[in-house]
Design a protein around this ligand. Structure first.
Ligand code: NOJ
Length: 784
């Protein structure tokens, strides 16, 4: 057995030593693709079965395995990668165990959930999508990558691109909303930001898009539940964002925990082989989600651990996350011939390939650098990127209502700040806030106090707790490992409300920060109601009764049923969770230092009974017509139909108008395109941005089509009084869809083109597309 490469660590860590018998990997893996194959072939030819199986294991530090044991396991060649170790000082000994003590000295890679920032929390993805600003999303990912690299992390489990139609599901907060076009754009921007110009650089990380696939469609919004979906809907709505991330170059795919039409994603050969690898041409690593291979037994598709391992590896799971069954079962399965060496090698090849692409064979310490450069204090404030965090956060805040120009507020007089989220540094970070630290976060109170310092007086009162249900508090506190998530004020709700009301009497305006704790919109946090929990609405009602202008600042990770707030708040801001600089960003909007321009990436229902509600639903035979009796039409009879706030909705402090929609042609043939243009005017007194949205619908086709679909958007900044003509090109890309045979087609017919500042209020023109029926794409999609 030839000896393998050894690597110098410490100060000279950047140098790889060539050892006879092993090819030297180039610093730029993309330079010579043949060299990668030769390098990996050579390595695989020298690996034992146990070493191969070891490469397929991704282990988390923590309760699962203490660090000393982890090092020994790595040295024994039983671990291929680690996650949740995020400090160079922790990662370095692990990498040293791999490249100094293991027989083949294959480096590890280090992964982590960097979903919306690393040391600095940016807004949650639902907020990022609200920005409709892809440069902002790319910036978030770029900064995250820089901070992750500074901690020796090589890969992120992001972007999370699961389409969400059900706000009961706590994980809608982690995704980019309900629309496949917007989510795909966000996915692309994220991957570009994380991966930069290549993943072999010391300042970029690899993106592993998740959760493949359809996790956002869990029945009833109950986490980990079943997904059962038509192939048409899959291909038209749910799959495009994953595809977009992969086409943008994402090197990894995390596989979903749910089953798809009866077959768990982790054991789904159609999903992982036919669709992902053969049809989409994905060349990278697939990673099972936490414990998902073992869960194949719970799903009831594997008799025992042996069968679970066999199903997963045959389906195409390369790396097993926090699972013991590969280690325990694969050697026996190979020995018995149930898994061929070629099948095992195929999976190992992907893991080694990712390490190669990440530049780790050339330098295992590429992102870790040398100990001399380790930060003295990992959590130091000067490691944060506050400016980009604040600038991005301001772009994500949606103005839902503003009566009598309540906002922007004057920096004068007396302000009462109340509500259970007003002083929370933890909640404002949002869930999956990686290494962001609550005490470094700018709370809403801190943001407001800084903004008005020396100009206005700020009074504060708790107002109420987030919930009055002790069981919910226990549940939320159980989610966190170190500190309690929810600290309750022991006073009775009436006492806290009375205190706030009393202080309101002294104030010129009341700001109430209400919503959910971050843990309420998280993994495993599905809700049966989507209203404001506990006494929060009672607090708002009492404040409203004082007659003082009431500004409601929402912090939440899902659409909430806020009909009362819509009708009664003088101003209503959806801030989601805005991250480390959240308090400053919200204050910028409250006091007019930033004019809000964000738009909802997901429809807000009036009540939980309307779920699922999404703007791009299919046409039906008996639609309700607004203003006409609803009998024998598709509707709910007890309340107003349609969303409380539609997709794409969001106001500005300025008045914007969109006018003069023109199409460049009223009839085109297949292969031709046309332009749609309209004039956007800022008629108000403030400079500001607005998002012009292009929707298209076809009046009839071979299958029922959505009533409208977003096909483009442009965010335009205008000075007061300024106008600009906004143009969109419409061609095959915007007109194609998936037909009943699962082919992408463009069909002739009548198309409506709609431009609007939200999905509901639009200008509309139509055109005819002639002679297109025969233009079906030859690349048929796979039915699942
Ligand atoms: C389980 C979650 O579903 C997934 O999103 C996450 O990346 C992994 N745990 C690792 O933390």
């Amino acid at each position: 057995m030839a000896s393998a490469a050894a690597w110098v660590t410490g100060m000279a860590a950047q140098l790889a030593i060539t050892v006879p018998g092993q090819a030297q990997p180039p610093a730029d893996p993309s330079a010579d693709p043949g060299a990668k194959k030769a390098f990996i072939d050579d390595l695989i030819s020298r690996m034992t079965v146990d070493e191969k199986v070891g490469q397929l294991r991704l282990i988390s530090i923590g309760p699962e395995m203490p660090i000393a044991q982890l090092e020994d396991e790595i040295a024994a060649g039983r671990i291929g990668a680690s996650f949740n170790t995020v400090v160079r000082r922790d990662n370095r000994p692990l990498q040293e165990a791999a490249v100094k003590r293991s027989r083949l000295k294959i480096p590890l890679f280090f992964a982590y959930d960097i979903v919306h920032g690393h040391r600095t929390a940016f807004p949650i993805p639902l907020g990022l999508a609200s920005s409709f600003d892809m440069a902002a999303i790319e910036r978030m990912a770029r900064v995250s990558a820089l901070e992750a690299c500074a901690d020796g992390v090589d890969m992120t489990f992001a972007p999370m691109v699961d389409i969400g139609h059900d706000p009961r599901w706590g994980r809608v907060s982690e995704g980019f909303g309900e629309d496949p076009y917007l989510a795909s754009e966000c996915a692309r921007a994220s991957v570009h930001g994380f991966q930069g110009s290549g993943v072999n650089r010391p300042d970029t990380i690899m993106a592993a898009v998740k959760h493949f696939a359809l996790y956002g469609a869990v029945e009833g919004g109950r986490d980990y539940n079943t997904v059962d979906m038509s192939p048409l809907r899959m291909h038209q709505v749910y799959l495009p964002p994953y595809r977009a991330a992969i086409d943008a170059g994402a090197g990894g795919v995390m596989v979903a925990l749910n089953s798809i039409n009866g077959v768990p994603a982790t054991a789904n050969t159609w999903l992982l082989q036919d669709l992902l690898r053969k049809q989409w041409g994905f060349r990278g690593i697939t990673i099972s989600d936490h414990g998902a291979i073992t869960e194949l037994m719970k799903h009831g598709v594997a008799r025992d651990a042996r069968e679970a391992a066999k199903l997963a590896i045959k389906a195409g799971i390369d790396l097993s996350m926090a699972d013991k069954v590969y280690l325990a079962e694969l050697p026996g399965l190979v020995a018995s011939g149930e898994i061929t060496m070629a099948e095992l090698d195929a999976r190992v090849r992907e893991v080694l390939g990712v390490k190669y692409d990440l530049g780790l064979f050339a330098d295992p310490f590429l992102r870790m650098g040398s100990p001399a450069d380790d930060p003295v204090d990992d959590k130091a404030d000067n490691r944060l990127h506050r400016r980009p965090a604040r600038e991005v956060a301001r772009e994500t805040i949606v103005l839902l209502g503003n009566r009598n120009r309540t906002l922007p507020l004057k920096k004068a007089g007396t302000i009462l700040l109340t509500g259970p989220l007003a002083e929370s540094g933890l909640d404002i970070l949002g869930s999956w806030s990686a290494q962001a630290v609550a005490k470094l976060a700018v709370t809403l109170r801190a943001g407001i106090e800084t903004a008005v310092e020396g100009k206005a007086r700020v009074l504060t009162a708790r107002g109420c707790n987030i919930t009055d249900n002790p069981k919910v508090v226990d549940y939320l506190n159980y989610l966190n490992w170190d500190t309690p998530e929810v600290v309750q004020d022991p006073r009775a709700p009436e006492v806290m409300i009375a205190e706030a009301v009393e202080l309101a009497a002294q104030a010129d305006v009341v700001i109430a920060a209400v919503g959910e704790t971050r843990g309420m919109s998280h993994e495993s946090s599905s809700r049966v109601d989507i209203d404001l929990p506990g006494s929060q609405r009672a607090l708002l009602k009492a404040l409203k009764a004082t007659g003082k202008p009431l500004v409601v600042v929402l912090m939440n990770g899902r659409p909430l049923a806020i009909d009362w707030e819509k009708d009664n708040a003088d101003a209503l801001l959806e801030t989601w969770y805005t991250g480390t600089e959240g308090g400053n960003a919200i204050a910028d909007v409250l006091f007019g230092d930033h004019n809000p321009s964000a738009k909802l990436p997901i429809s807000f229902p009036r009540s939980v009974g309307q779920i699922p509600i999404y703007y791009n639903h299919l046409r039906i035979g008996r639609p309700l017509t607004e203003g006409k009796p609803g009998n024998y039409t598709s509707q709910y009879f007890e309340e107003q139909n349609g969303p409380l706030y539609p997709f794409g909705f969001g106001l500005s402090y300025s008045r914007f108008s969109l006018s003069s929609l023109k199409l460049s042609a009223s009839r085109i043939s297949y292969g031709q395109s046309l332009t749609a243009e309209a004039t956007l005017t800022n008629e108000g007194p403030y400079e500001g941005a607005n998002v012009v949205q292009l929707y298209i619908s076809e009046s009839y086709a071979s299958v029922a089509r959505p009533v409208k679909e977003l096909k483009g958007f442009q965010k335009v900044t205008l000075k007061p009084g300024e106008s600009r003509v906004v143009r969109f090109e419409i061609g095959e890309e915007q007109l194609k869809f998936v037909n009943a045979e699962l082919r992408e087609v463009v069909e002739s017919g009548q198309f409506s083109v709609q431009l609007g500042l939200d999905s509901h209020e639009v200008l509309e023109q139509s055109f005819e597309l002639a002679e297109a029926l025969e233009h079906a794409d030859q690349n048929q999609k796979s039915p699942g």
